[in-house]
Design a protein. Structure first.
Length: 383
């Protein structure tokens, strides 16, 4: 068994609501940093300070781009922000040329990927190719669904459903074989696992999970080296080069960086919070974060395999991240039984999911193991 970290990387006292609680919900909602209250207050003060305050708001926007760039390996100029990741996925799909082609998504992947792909192919008279048949899918399933007419592969880096982590380099090879774009939702890896953003044409992510932010902002990163001519579907004052003249709607130049996708104001208040969350994460090296999370996810997986339940997440560290999931008939009954013992986990879609992050430690695994031992074993089985 992997040696478990003795203490959390970020002190639990930095977070709200963790006193006496084992919080294993980062894949759904991570706990809020206490200092987020100050971040919101800073935004409100800047908003009230006229033009100098607006300059500071723009500074936070740029700083968030730089922080996300450091997490993805992409230049800050490739980073933009939307209100949510579904909007980001929709924008990526709208930029595709799908005539006579198809989009590949996995049947067991997050439904926003399939929904946005379905809408895009309907509008273009194209096709949607589903990869795999079950909850767990892999790169071979993606390859089998991809053909010479594939225009894009849309996939999660880490599955929300099973916790499996895809090999981005392998997916890049599959996409390149058909000249397809690779659109990656990294909501369950951004801030937790290293991401080679150079492998993707587009990265999208929410910011309220492993990123320690809140709802109201989402990452949209378009890889300018791979897709320099990706076109925005909307336009507004923020998407064009500024011209200090009231007639600037008559002659304009669309920005060349990712700001061309941000038609209007960025989600400033959420970005103040995200800036604070990422600042805390980036006190730790990417390797330190990843090693801690993988050690804890290994420990959670061992707890489940010792119980003999139907674990969905691979044991290979290269094929998992912070999510460990197991299949059950009544996931919400398991969630409720654990919550009654002070263990917060996530459930639904035929599985229960445990998520370990930088505020978790070996004591949380011990508490989880003891709580599971006290649950009716029949609840943990799938008929």
């Amino acid at each position: 068994m992997t040696t478990l970290p003795g203490s959390a990387l970020l002190d639990k006292q930095l977070f709200q609501g963790l006193d006496g609680i084992t919080q294993l919900c980062a894949g759904g909602e991570s706990p809020a940093l206490r200092s987020h209250n100050k971040a919101v207050s800073n935004f409100l003060e800047d908003k009230s300070d006229g033009m100098p305050g607006r300059v500071r708001m723009a500074d936070v926007h740029e700083r968030c781009k730089a922080r996300v760039a450091a997490l993805t390996g992409l230049p800050a100029s490739d980073i933009g922000f939307f209100l949510n990741s579904s909007d980001a996925l929709s924008t990526a799909m709208a930029a595709l040329d799908l005539q006579g082609g198809n989009v590949v998504v996995a049947r067991g992947d997050f439904n926003s990927l399939a929904l946005n792909a379905e809408l895009a192919v309907r509008r273009a008279g194209a096709a949607l190719n589903y990869a795999g048949d079950g909850m767990v899918f892999d790169e071979d399933d993606i390859a089998a669904a991809t053909d010479a007419d594939t225009r894009a592969i849309a996939v999660s880096h880490v599955s929300h459903l099973t916790g499996r982590r895809c090999d981005l380099a392998r997916l890049r090879e599959i996409a390149d074989a058909s000249g397809a774009r690779l659109i990656v939702d990294c909501a369950h890896s951004l801030g937790a696992m290293p991401i080679d953003g150079a492998m993707a044409d587009v990265l999208v992510s929410c910011t309220y999970k492993w990123q320690l932010g809140v709802h109201g902002s989402a990452v949209f990163a378009v890889n300018s080296a791979r897709w320099p001519d990706a076109a925005a579907r909307t336009i507004g004052w923020h998407a064009v080069e500024p011209v200090d003249h009231w007639r600037n709607s008559e002659v304009f130049d669309v920005r060349s960086d990712a700001a061309r996708f941000e038609a209007g104001n960025p989600p400033y208040m959420a970005l103040y919070v995200l800036d604070n969350g990422l600042a805390h994460l980036q006190q730790l090296s990417p390797a330190t974060r990843a090693a801690h999370i993988l050690a804890l996810s290994s420990g959670m997986r061992h707890v489940l395999t010792d119980l003999g339940v139907d674990v969905l997440t691979p044991g290979d560290a290269a094929a998992r991240a912070g999510n460990i999931a197991f299949a059950v008939d009544d996931p919400m009954a398991v969630v409720a039984a654990l919550r009654a013992q002070g263990i917060f986990v996530w459930g639904g879609e035929g599985r229960v999911r445990f998520s370990a992050h930088v505020y978790n430690d070996a004591n949380d695994l011990l508490a989880l193991s003891e709580a599971l031992a006290g649950i009716n074993p029949a609840l943990l089985r799938q008929d």
